[in-house]
Design a protein around this ligand. Structure first.
Ligand code: GDP
Length: 138
C-alpha cells in the first residue's frame, strides 16, 4: 500500500488544529500508521528540506519548522501521495482551492500548516528521516 509522510507544522499545532487536520485525511479513507510530536532538531529540519538549501526562503523555512513542536505522521492508502497533496492545497496561496487545509488555515507561504511528500521516492526518504526506527521495508 502507498505511504506518505505528513508534517503538521508548528503554526498548526499552535492553532490547536491537529485534530481537524487529521480528520481531513481520515475522512478521505486514509489510515494513520505512525504518529509523533516533537520540537525537531535543526539538523533533522535541514535534512528534510535539503533540496531547498541556498534558496532565498531556506533560512526562514528552517527557523519556522524548528520554532515549536510539530507532528509527523505516516498515512497509508491507495494513491495517498496525490490525495494528501490535493487535500493540503497548493504551495502558492493564490492557487489554493476552497476546502483545502491551506486555504482554510494557512497564514502565508511559510506558515502553511502542512507538508506532504511529493513522490514515492521522497516519501521513502522522508519516512526514514522522521521514523528511523520503523521497519522501513514496504
Ligand atoms: P510544498 O510541497 O507545497 O510544501 O512545497 P515545497 O516542498 O516546494 O517547499 C517547501 C516549503 O518551502 C513550502 O511549504 C513553503 O513554505 C516554502 N516555499 C516554497 N517555495 C517558496 C517560495 O517561492 N517562497 C517562499 N517564501 N517560500 C517557499
Amino acid at each position: 500500500m502507498e505511504r506518505t509522510l505528513v508534517l503538521i507544522k508548528p503554526d498548526a499545532v499552535e492553532q490547536n488544529i491537529i485534530g481537524n487536520i487529521i480528520s481531513c485525511y481520515e475522512s478521505a479513507g486514509l489510515k494513520v500508521t505512525a504518529l509523533k510530536m516533537e520540537q525537531v532538531e535543526r539538523k533533522v529540519a535541514e535534512e528534510h528540506y535539503k533540496e531547498h538549501y541556498g534558496k532565498s526562503f531556506y533560512n526562514s523555512l528552517i527557523e519556522f519548522i524548528i520554532r515549536s513542536p510539530l507532528c509527523a505522521l505516516i498515512l497509508e492508502g491507495k494513491d495517498c501521495i496525490d490525495k494528501v497533496r490535493e487535500i493540503n492545497g497548493a504551495t502558492n496561496p493564490k492557487e489554493q482551492k476552497e476546502g483545502t487545509i491551506r486555504k482554510k488555515y494557512a497564514k502565508g507561504i511559510t506558515e502553511n500548516c502542512v507538508h506532504a511528500s511529493d513522490s514515492v521516492e521522497s516519501s521513502e526518504r522522508e519516512i526514514k528521516i522522521w521514523f528511523p526506527n520503523l521497519n522501513n521495508k514496504k
